[in-house]
Design a protein around this ligand. Structure first.
Ligand SMILES: Cc1cc2nc3c(=O)[nH]c(=O)nc-3n(C[C@H](O)[C@H](O)[C@H](O)COP(=O)(O)OP(=O)(O)OC[C@H]3O[C@@H](n4cnc5c(N)ncnc54)[C@H](O)[C@@H]3O)c2cc1C
Length: 429
């Protein structure tokens, strides 16, 4: 176990790179503690609540409902400085980082938590032919593409072209794919069904493609089966055991030789750690994640900590710590507490990080979800209610909490999402 390095005199300068779940939590814990001078750097000016990205992509929520200005979050905290810059390199030995702006940020302690990005599993050329779902710009691009396709289909007489425009292909049957598929089905079968005259939106094909034998593989088999049945009831076509072997234009090629034409191909099949992680130490897995010491410090660099989706860690039972928001939050808290302990008592032995599993949930269209926590399993409406309350509780601190709740309630009662406006092009999102 590392012994803590001797702290500097004066407030400890803490550099937090990434204002996602891990970084925000660490900065929040240190905010107001004048033993620390925190600089939080993010390439965006907002903290994003990624679990609700699919709702923006499916026109149920507007982008500002799920994001909040990071500067605003820390407006009242004098010891926290928020800067918008993209870090392009990190010097762990010097505890410094360089931004795209050219600025060099020097600190006494550093937390690197730059998260993950969409991974096309080595087929980077597929990035141009499919839409990922990781940022607000991604979510708006998905929404724009599907809504634009419906507009184009309304202008296109019955033909193969119209069929292609009326097909949404979602690759990846994990929680993101399942949530997207269910929400798209709701959108076209309920919300948009009276909006068009020439096309029947309920004939839009939503196809969920999963390479393994079942959707929601991380859940129990009966929960996966429930999710599949529920999606099919919503009109989603679920294809399992089929892998995408190529994407050419609007054509998906599968390993069984079949093809599918779709003008909206959404890639929800995987994420990999931000490439900055691999510049710090050798990746520990295929997803580019890196393994910290048990206290979350970078091996050989006790002043530098790692947290969130860039980290590859195992629980005591050997299972991996999942790449989910609660794990990132707990890691951010852990690092802040180590820094506080060392400010109190320099040289104290650092406790190892332990993940407290809060369970997981996936929503399947309106009114249904599956949840798994400890030995408890929920599905259907009770799971959906639990999902709703947990997500609203999680948005605590977001000024938009009430707006999100009211937006949901409105969409739920009226089946009328308010965010159907098509704005800008893909790059302008
Ligand atoms: C579509 C989707 C749905 C999800 N649903 C759920 C869910 O239902 N439940 C759940 O628990 N988890 C969910 N997750 C996972 C969860 O969002 C992540 O595990 C969590 O965000 C990880 O937190 P993090 O702090 O490591 O990274 P992030 O929250 O991704 O934050 C990383 C931050 O670093 C910034 N950054 C990146 N590169 C740089 C750079 N070079 N310089 C400066 N800043 C940089 C980014 O802008 C970002 O703000 C979902 C993820 C996605 C994409």
């Amino acid at each position: 176990m590392d012994r803590a390095p001797t702290p500097p005199t004066g407030p400890t300068r803490v550099l937090v790179i990434g204002g996602g779940f891990a970084g925000l939590e660490c900065a929040r814990e240190l905010a107001g503690d004048d033993r620390f001078e925190v600089t939080l750097i993010d390439r965006t000016n907002h903290h994003l609540f990624q679990p609700l990205l699919y709702q923006v992509a499916t026109a149920a929520l507007a982008a500002p409902d799920i994001a909040r200005s990071t500067r605003q979050i820390f407006a009242g905290e004098r010891n926290v400085t928020v800067l918008m810059d993209e870090i392009v390199s990190i010097d762990a030995a010097a505890v410094s980082a360089t931004g795209k702006s050219g600025a060099v940020y020097q600190a006494d302690r550093m937390l690197v938590c730059v998260g993950a990005r969409t991974s096309w599993f080595g087929h980077d050329e597929w990035e141009k032919r499919s839409l990922g779902l990781k940022t607000l710009a991604d979510a708006r691009a998905v929404r724009r593409q599907v809504l634009q396709n419906l507009e184009n289909a309304e202008l296109t007489p019955g033909s193969a072209e119209r069929a292609k425009l009326m097909t949404v292909a979602i690759i990846g049957g994990g929680p993101t794919g399942v949530e997207l598929a269910g929400a798209f089905a709701d959108l076209v079968h309920r919300s948009l069904k009276t909006d068009f005259r020439r096309i029947d939106t309920s004939t839009l094909r939503v196809i969920l493609i999963e390479g393994s034998g079942r959707v929601l593989e991380a859940y129990d088999e009966d929960q996966s089966e429930y999710a599949r049945r529920r999606l099919e009831k919503l009109g989603v076509e679920v294809m399992t055991g089929v892998r995408v072997s190529d994407i050419q234009g609007d054509t998906l090629h599968f390993n069984d030789g079949n093809t599918l034409e779709s003008a909206a191909i959404i890639w929800a099949a995987g994420v990999a750690a931000h490439p900055l992680a691999a510049t710090l130490t050798e990746p520990a897995d295929r997803g580019g994640r890196i393994r910290p010491e048990p206290d979350l410090s970078l091996p050989g660099h006790p002043h530098v900590f790692l947290a969130g989706d860039i980290v590859s860690l195992k629980n005591e039972d050997g299972s991996p710590v999942p790449g989910v928001a609660p794990a990132a939050v707990q890691m951010g808290q852990h690092v802040a507490r180590i820094l506080q302990r060392e400010a109190d008592q320099p040289g104290r032995e650092r406790p190892p990080f332990r993940y407290h599993d809060k369970g997981m949930m996936a929503i399947i269209g309106k009114n249904a979800a599956v949840a798994k926590t400890g030995s408890m399993r929920l599905r259907g409406f009770p799971a959906w209610l639990a999902w709703l309350f947990i997500h609203i509780a999680f948005l605590v601190g977001f000024r938009n909490k009430l707006a999100v709740l009211l937006g949901w309630a409105y969409a739920y009662i009226r089946n009328e999402p308010e965010t159907r406006i098509i704005v800008g092009d893909r790059d302008g999102a």
